[in-house]
Design a protein around this ligand. Structure first.
Ligand code: C5P
Length: 223
């Protein structure tokens, strides 16, 4: 039969991807970063000069795009677009600024969700995103909703970006995150929302190791 499925949702910078990735390592599961798929399409659109406001053109581009999430066997999972490693490019300021626009189109989401369900069909999967527990995988065995204060989230993004060699400014990051959260929460399809059966964790004052331990102990109690 199908193996367990864990959904992790929350706003930008809440520590979802780090916590989900480490939890997947500890359980020997596949880690699937759904945000990377929207980022991959935004990146390809920027590279090909496709109008980011044109849903039909974006959908056509997506139909010609292979996105592979290499969720196992790497410290930092690789994202391949048409066979090319774009992992680092997906975090660029240009992609940050356009991804929520691309992710706001219903037909783009429909195709992404189809691919996400397909990738998680066999189970033994942890997927993170915005609408995983509410829409993509509503019958997940376990759901988490991770959040943190805007300030803490901006601080974490600052560390991530400077660690990858992107110059960044704390106040600008806070504004970018706030704007992206607003777009993600207010859109009509697949908005960011806590599922009623998701476990809420505020990570503001928590080290990521502590978050992972907590998630694992809940997993062992419930699944
Ligand atoms: O998780 P991450 O911050 O990398 O996601 C980037 C963007 O992709 C989000 O701000 C959101 O616009 C979009 N996204 C989404 N649905 C998901 C995951 C990400 O709309 N399940």
């Amino acid at each position: 039969g199908q193996g367990p499925v864990v959904a992790v949702d929350g706003p930008a910078g809440a520590g979802k991807s780090t916590a989900a990735r480490r939890m997947a390592e500890r359980l020997g599961f596949l880690y699937l970063d759904s945000g990377a798929m929207y980022r991959a399409l935004a990146l390809k659109a920027l590279q090909h000069g496709v109008d980011l406001r044109d849903e039909t053109q974006l959908l056509h581009l997506l139909d010609m795009t292979r996105i592979e999430l290499d969720g196992a066997g790497h410290q930092k999972p690789l994202v391949l677009v048409d066979g090319q490693d774009v992992t680092r490019l997906l975090r660029s300021p240009e992609v940050n600024a356009s991804v929520s626009v691309v992710a706001g189109f219903p037909r783009i989401r429909e195709e992404m969700v189809r691919r996400q369900r397909e990738m998680s069909r066999a189970g033994h999967v942890i997927m993170d995103g915005r609408d995983i527990g509410t829409y993509v995988l509503p019958s997940a065995d376990l759901k988490f909703y991770l959040t943190a204060s805007l300030e803490a989230r901006a601080q974490r993004r600052l560390q991530d970006l400077t660690g990858m060699g992107f110059p960044a400014d704390l106040a600008e990051l806070a504004e970018e995150i706030r704007h992206r959260d607003a777009l993600d929460s207010e859109r009509a399809v697949g908005p960011l929302k806590q599922a009623p059966d998701a476990i809420y964790i505020d990570t503001t004052d928590m080290e990521v190791d502590h978050v992972v331990d907590m998630m694992l102990s809940i997993y062992r109690q419930r699944v």
